[in-house]
Design a protein around this ligand. Structure first.
Ligand code: GUN
Length: 295
């Protein structure tokens, strides 16, 4: 049976470290602050934004949650971002995705000042990440890397197979883990919808990271004995026995894969809490840099 990688426990460790650093910064008169913008009523986004707000409270970070209806115009949103860019009491700006179809997420993200882009989605931060330069790394890939490091799972020299090439998870993670840096230096295979014979590749994985966005993507037959599996997926499955009428599952068939893997992260309680911890870490870093006048 696999070891369960407890994201809540690791995030709690990070919480304690960051909370202490936030306290130290506050004694110097700097209150880190994150602005979170939500446009529309997407139910999953409402949950995620609520979690970010709660995490800010727990970490001692001030938050401003700015909520608008789906009819909020791009012009108004760009204006709001401009105001937050020049507000020195706000250190991080996050626009929750997906945005309503009437808004261009790429134009909106590009309007955020790169030094306040704690999500790491701005092209300047993406470019720096690819170049191996210091930048705000996107929170989910950073959380996965941190999780592996803190679990003492060696990444260097390993064959890491990533399933899913999204701009938020798979693609930046492939870039990060392939770099010649501590906690990286892996041989990376990036699988996607154009991959022929997915299971051929997943069976080669020493570390398998699944971010396909589809429940049941990885079955027991698709992994080798002793591999480490990180499940990034969050899928709602109808379940009338559950009080909410649904339950959350990842992209991996947990029950089958757990029997073969050396270690596996669960859903919920795996990558999710790590993502939020990395957002808090980026916000602290932004506050530190901006208050010191370096960006
Ligand atoms: N939607 C899903 N994941 C994310 C994330 O990490 N950041 C933002 N801003 N929106 C998301």
């Amino acid at each position: 049976m696999a070891k369960i990688i407890d994201g809540n426990r690791i995030a709690q460790q990070i919480h304690q470290e960051i909370e202490e650093q936030v306290r130290a910064l506050r004694t110097q008169g700097v209150q880190p602050c994150l602005a979170v913008i939500l446009v529309g009523e997407d139910p999953a986004s409402l949950v995620y934004v609520g979690r970010k707000q709660k995490a800010c409270e727990q970490f001692g970070i001030a938050s401003r949650t700015l909520r608008y209806g789906a009819d909020f115009s791009e012009h108004e949103l760009l204006q709001l971002i401009g105001e937050l860019n020049s507000d020195s009491s706000v250190h991080g700006i996050l626009v929750q995705l997906p945005l309503p179809h009437s808004l261009s997420s790429s134009r909106v993200i590009q309007a955020i000042a790169p030094e306040k882009d704690v999500d790491g989605f701005h092209p300047v931060n993406r470019g720096k990440l690819a170049a191996g330069e210091e930048c705000y790394a996107p929170c989910t890939p950073a959380g996965i890397q941190e999780m592996l490091i803190r679990e003492k799972i060696d990444i260097a020299g390993k064959h890491v197979v990533i399933v899913g090439r999204s701009g938020i998870v798979g693609m930046p993670l492939a870039v990060m883990l392939a770099q010649k840096k501590p906690g990286a230096n892996a041989t990376v295979t990036l699988c996607h919808t154009g991959t022929r014979d997915l299971s051929y590749h997943t069976r080669q994985a020493e570390i398998l990271i699944v971010a396909s966005g589809r429940a049941g993507t990885i079955t027991g037959e698709m992994v080798q004995e002793g591999c480490v599996v990180i499940d990034v997926g969050v899928n709602r499955i109808v379940d009338s026995t559950h009080p909410k009428g649904y339950r959350l599952v990842g992209d991996v068939d947990f029950a089958a894969v757990e029997k073969k893997a050396a270690a596996i992260s669960p859903v919920p309680g795996g990558v999710g809490p790590m993502t939020i911890a990395m957002l808090m870490k980026n916000t602290l870093q932004a506050a530190r840099k901006q208050s010191a006048g370096v960006s």
